[in-house]
Write a protein that binds this ligand. Structure first.
Ligand code: F6P
Length: 384
């Protein structure tokens, strides 16, 4: 049974992501058709708490689905930060619906933003639904988040492009890819561009075996340049950290600062630079390169926010529109406490509490085997 909804609030939280505006436009299309007014809540949960809103008139936003970023702005504000009782805070926050003049709320965000939405639903019985967003693709309830494939394409293009300069200088490039503690972005862009070594958080690496040995074998097999794709959150195995690393220790990793949701700020570690520093200390590696008439030279490149920049690709525009349409339908049908999700090629509904769980690349994922073959078979097949 539907319920009477006249005005719906929409907010975008967490890191921005190509396709946010596409979701917004999908919501606005359906809302207009159903005679419902849309209100934009600015800067994620910050704007929700501080009553920062703008009217969203679809007539003023033709083709919004093609535009990158979010016209609602975003923030990583966590309304539960420092509060004693999450339940009490959630009940208080739900009262904001009246102040904001909204009958329902659509939250578009990653596990953190949607986790807050879930608490509002659970403890405050708020009329809230969610749309999963992140370039990292690490949300369990959906096969893909919008924004992921745009970011993969950008990273893959850069990895491709770097090969020309790597080739010209006969260099090693260590390229750092976003994704926090999940390896989807690095794995997919690395495989797509044919990176020579791919390091992801899900499979902690051994400096000696996974990097130095591979580089030696590659240079002996005749390769003159090498591209290493590393997740910003790729960690060495503890054994390798203690045995091989001269520039960092376990404390360096443990002492990383955290964001307002308590996630370690992995980019602060600078894994690509650490790998370069470690490789530069290895005389045996330099000698192996010299034996093959190559001066060992290694550079790091951090892709950083270039991966979230620009317009969404066609896949993300369409997925964003579909998610927006489906989210508005959840509101119309009174199916609160849920989020939209992509399962195969179908848009489905899952409870927020289930959907927001984190997802990682698992051992049975065929990309694991592909990566390992891609790295190994190229040098093995050319060994002298
Ligand atoms: O979660 C998305 C993401 O882009 C991560 O890949 C990255 O670690 C983080 O956000 C960067 O956050 P910020 O924009 O706050 O620097």
């Amino acid at each position: 049974m539907g319920i009477q909804i006249k005005k719906v609030g929409i907010l975008t939280g967490g890191g921005d992501c190509p396709g946010l505006n596409s979701v917004l436009y999908g919501i606005m299309l359906k809302a207009y058709d159903a005679g419902i007014e849309c209100v934009g809540i600015l800067k994620g949960w910050k704007g929700f708490m501080e009553n920062l809103t703008i009217p969203l008139d679809i007539a003023e936003h033709d083709d919004l689905h093609t535009v990158g970023g979010t016209i609602l702005y975003t923030s990583r504000t966590n309304p539960f930060k420092g509060v004693e009782s999450k339940e009490e805070k959630a009940r208080q926050l739900t009262k904001k619906f009246d102040e904001l003049g909204i009958d329902a709320l659509i939250t578009i965000g990653g596990d953190d933003t949607l986790g807050v939405a879930d608490s509002l639903y659970k403890f405050g019985n708020a009329k809230v639904v969610g749309v999963p967003k992140t370039i990292d693709n690490d949300i369990a309830g959906t096969h893909y988040t919008f924004g992921f494939w745009s970011a993969v394409q950008l990273a893959s293009n850069t990895l491709d492009n770097l090969t020309t300069t790597a080739h010209s200088h006969q260099r090693v490039f260590v390229v750092e890819v976003m994704g926090r503690d999940a390896g989807f972005l690095t794995m997919y862009s690395g495989i797509s561009a044919g990176a020579d070594i791919i390091l992801i958080p899900e499979t902690p690496f051994d400096l000696e075996k996974d990097i130095i040995d591979v580089l030696k074998k590659r240079v002996d097999a005749g390769y003159k340049y090498h591209i290493i794709a590393t997740s910003e959150g790729a960690y060495p195995k503890l054994e390798s950290l203690n045995r091989d690393f001269k520039t960092i220790s376990k404390e360096t990793i443990d002492k990383l600062p955290k964001d307002t949701y308590g996630n370690p700020l992995l980019a602060k570690l600078g894994m690509s630079r650490i790998i370069v520093d470690e490789l530069n200390l290895r005389d045996d590696l330099k000698e192996e390169f010299q034996k093959n008439d190559i001066d060992f030279e290694c550079r790091s490149v951090v892709l950083g926010h270039t991966m979230r920049a620009g317009t969404p690709n066609s896949f993300d525009r369409i997925l964003g529109l579909r998610f927006g349409l489906a989210a508005m339908k959840l509101v119309l049908n009174g199916e609160f406490g849920n989020m939209v999700s992509l399962q195969g090629n179908k848009i489905k509904t899952v409870p927020l509490s289930e959907g927001v769980k984190k997802k990682y690349i698992t051992p049975e994922n065929d990309k694991m085997e592909l990566r390992d073959l891609l790295v190994k078979i190229r040098y093995l097949s050319k060994q002298k």
